[in-house]
Structures are given as C-alpha cells and as structure tokens.
Design a protein around this ligand. Structure first.
Ligand code: ADP
Length: 456
C-alpha cells in the first residue's frame, strides 16, 4: 500500500472514530435525558393519581374533577396504566400481578428506595410511595413513550448517516490532501527514473522550502554529485593514472639505467640522483592530489566544519601562493562586499577550502604567466560569491565541458605543468560545502571562475 493511501486511511480511521464516539455520546445522553424527563412526568402523574384515588376512597365523587384536571393540565399519554394500593399489600400485589413487564428488581428497588423506574420495550413505569397522613400507599403509573423511542430511532439513523457520510468525506479529502502532500515525492520519483549512468549530471530541481522534501531533494542531489564524481573518476581513472604515473617513473628508470650503465663521476651520480628526486617529488605530488580527490569524491561523511572568515582564508591562500609563485599579481578585492562582517563568515573545512581556492587562483597565475589575477568577493542570491579572473590563455570553447574530468588538460596547455586534477577536486570541495563552481572562458581572452559558498 502506498504511503499516500496509508495516510488517507489513517486520516479516515481517526475521523471515523471521532464521529462514532461523538454519535455514541450524543445518542446516550439524548436517551438519558429523554427517559429521565418521561419518568418525571410519570412521577407527577403518580402523585396526582394517588391523590385522586384517596379522594375517591373518602367517598368524594372526584372522578369528574380528576378527569377534568387530567384533561386540562396533563397531556394524555398513550396506553396509560395505573396501579394504586396500600403499601402493606405490595406483596399480595406482586403475587397477583399479571403484568409481565414488572420485574422482581423493580419491586425490590421500589420497596427499598420508595421510588423506582422501569423500561420494558416501549413501556415506561414509575412506581413511588405516597404518604397520606402517615399511611404509605404505592402508586405505579405506566405509559408508552412512543415519541422518545421514535426520536431515538430517527436520531440513530441520522447519526449512522452522518457517520457514514463523514467517513466518506474524510476518506476523499484524505486522498486529496495526501495526493497533494505527496506530489513532490511523485515528481522526485519520476525525475529520478530518468537519471541513469548516461546522464548522471542531471539534478533534481533546487528545493525552495525547508521541509523534509527539500531535505530529501538536496540529500539526493548531494548523493548524485558524489556518484557522478566517483563515476567520472572511475571511468578514466585507471588509464589516466597509469599514464601520469608512467611519465615520472620512466624518467626515474631511464636516469637510473644511464647512471648504472658504466662507472660515473661523483658529479654525474649527483646529477642523476637530483633528476630522480625531482621525478619522485612529482610522483608524490600526484599521489597526494589523487588522495585528496579520492577523499573528497568518495567519502560520504562530508567534511568536518568550522567557522572561518573567508577574507582571512583568502589572505592565507595569497600568502601561500606568494611562496610558490613569488611573481604573482593576485589582488583580492572586497569593495563589493556589504558593510556587515557576517557575510564573510562561512562554515567549512579549512584545509579543503584553502586547497580548492588555491587551485583556482594558482591556475589563474599559471595560465596567464603571472599577469594580474583579480579575486572579487560579493554577495549574490544569499551566497558568498568569489570570482577569480585572469588574463591568460583561456580554455578552448569546445573543451570547456571536459575540464572537470580527472586528468583532462586542454589542448593549449602544452608548456604548462599540471595533472588535470585541480578543477575536479575543487568542484568536489565546493559541492561538499553546498557551493558551486562555474568556469567561463572566451578562448584566448582569459578565464573567469565563479565560486559560490553559503555564508553562515
Ligand atoms: P592542471 O593541473 O592541468 O592545471 P586543473 O584540473 O586545475 O589541472 O585544470 C584542468 C584544465 O583546465 C587545465 O589543464 C587547463 O586546460 C584548464 N584550466 C583550468 N584553469 C585554467 C585557467 N585559469 N586558464 C586556462 N585554462 C585553465
């Protein structure tokens, strides 16, 4: 059963139970009040009957007056029955009794409490002790309560009809609301069905609210990002990695072979070892960046976050770049930032974000041969935006779509050193921080990399 149907059913059962409970309570109290009222009327009749009978016994011809009182003051009750006798003849009355409605409990209660009510089918009875100058008499008056019975029956049908129609309405509205509530889930399911290996780049529409669906969507998108990266990395990994490793390894092997082919002078050995150390250094760098890529791409745990001032982080990046590329012309521009400091605070993994930003800024310096690189900060759409702009060789338009493939290097990068891992790594890092990266280039006219990351 779908969650949608389950929700509608639970909604229906709850509404039905409430309706049923209310109906039972309403029916019960209606019965109690209607019957109590009737018993009260019977009691009054009993008293009047007793008075009339006593007057009769006193040989006052009261019959006429009695029937007149009855007609004028008491509405007639259907099929009325009256019994009147001295209390001490109650036992003989019980023995002689032919009315099957009377039960031993009724008489027992009457004897004990001096008043008792009885309902037998449509018939209602009230019995009471009436005292005349200290002498007790028993008067029992009974009549049919057809109205109350009819009202009760009508009420029963009305309540059953209300219960059934209420339950149906609850079910249909339940279905309607649950369909409405689960619409986003169905949309997600439909969209997810269309995502396969061949279009792993597709994402669910960015959620607007902050509900469970929005959380599900962004979690799913994050998972897709990880999958996509893992998939892309896996796709070309083995061949590219072997290729990248082979170059320094061949150099090391070749250099060592030459050195060993015949006895060499100390200087020659020194030179060979320097070449070998140089190539081994490359191998280490390569291994390090691959390790980083693997960690950011495959580790589903997400980065450990701490609150960082992005301007301070950028200064730190600049500081590091100054050491590696002393001739750089990186300029950090904060002039477009709003006055408040709070937009500069981000929650991030310091080392990873520093690595991502360094990659992009270093690329700017590297591919422009140290022409000016501007790093501009601003706030756009509730996110911090960092635009890194260089005046370098740019990226050929038709190759732009490959730049996030691990080991990909554009055709114009021949004389520049690199492994093609920086950008995929940076993209992973920004995605892990719920940010994004966008690379724009007009071919030979420089490159603009736009990075975004949410501020705290
Ligand atoms: P690399 O080590 O080759 O720089 P990256 O992953 O950082 O690797 O970049 C991938 C490719 O994207 C680069 O080889 C280059 O072709 C292109 N690229 C990245 N940034 C720039 C840039 N600022 N200017 C020109 N080309 C760039």
């Amino acid at each position: 059963m779908t969650v949608q149907k389950k929700t509608a059913l639970i909604f229906t059962v709850i509404t039905g139970a409430i309706l049923l409970l209310m109906s039972i309570v309403a029916y019960f109290f209606m019965n109690v009040f209607a019957f109590q009222d009737y018993y009260k009327r019977l009691e009054i009749r009993g008293i009047i009957t007793a008075k009339a009978k006593l007057l009769e016994q006193n040989r006052v011809d009261i019959e006429e007056i009695y029937s007149e009182i009855r007609q004028q003051h008491l509405e007639s009750l259907p099929n009325e029955r009256e019994y009147f006798f001295p209390a001490d003849s109650l036992k003989s009355f019980i023995r002689a009794n032919t009315n099957e409605d009377f039960t031993p409990e009724f008489f027992a209660q009457l004897a004990e409490r001096k008043t008792a009510n009885l309902k037998s089918g449509n018939y209602f009875y009230n019995g009471l002790y009436y005292y005349d100058h200290g002498t007790p008499y028993v008067v029992i008056v009974g009549a049919q309560n057809a109205d109350a019975i009819r009202y009760a029956r009508n009420l029963r049908w009305i309540l059953i009809a209300c219960f059934l129609s209420g339950t149906i309405v609850a079910y249909t509205t339940g279905i309607f609301f649950s369909r409405h509530t689960f619409k986003p889930v169905r949309e997600i399911t439909e969209k997810v069905k269309t995502i396969g290996v061949e279009n792993l780049h597709m994402r669910l529409e960015d959620p607007t609210g902050e509900d469970e669906i929005a959380e599900l969507t962004s979690t799913f998108n994050e998972m897709l990002s990880r999958l996509e990266t893992a998939f892309e990395t896996q796709n070309n990994f083995v061949s590219n990695a072997s290729h990248e490793f082979r170059t320094p390894l061949t150099a090391i092997y070749g250099e060592a072979e030459i050195a060993l082919s015949r006895p060499r002078t100390n200087d020659e050995y020194q030179h060979s070892l320097e070449v070998i150390v140089n190539q081994a250094d490359k191998l280490q760098q390569l291994t390090d960046s691959l390790l980083n890529l693997a960690q950011t791409g495959f580790d589903g745990k997400g980065p450990k976050l701490k609150t960082v001032q992005i301007d301070e982080l950028l200064m730190e990046v600049k500081h590091t770049i100054n050491k590696i590329i002393p001739d750089n012309h990186v300029r950090i521009d904060l002039s477009q930032m709003p006055a408040s400091d709070r937009y500069l605070t981000v929650s991030c993994n310091y080392q990873l974000l520093k690595l991502g930003l360094s990659n992009v800024i270093e690329n700017g310096c590297k591919y422009s041969e140290n022409k000016p690189v501007s790093v501009t900060l601003s706030v756009v759409d509730d996110k911090l935006q960092i635009v890194v702009k260089d005046q370098g060789i740019g990226i050929p338009a038709e190759e732009l779509k490959y730049i996030y493939d691990p080991f990909f290097r554009a055709s114009n990068t021949g004389k520049y050193k690199g492994y093609g891992i920086g950008l995929p790594l940076t993209r992973n890092i920004f995605r892990l921080h719920k940010g994004s990266i966008d690379v724009f280039s007009y071919g030979g006219n420089g490159t603009t990399v736009t990075l975004t990351i949410p501020y705290v």
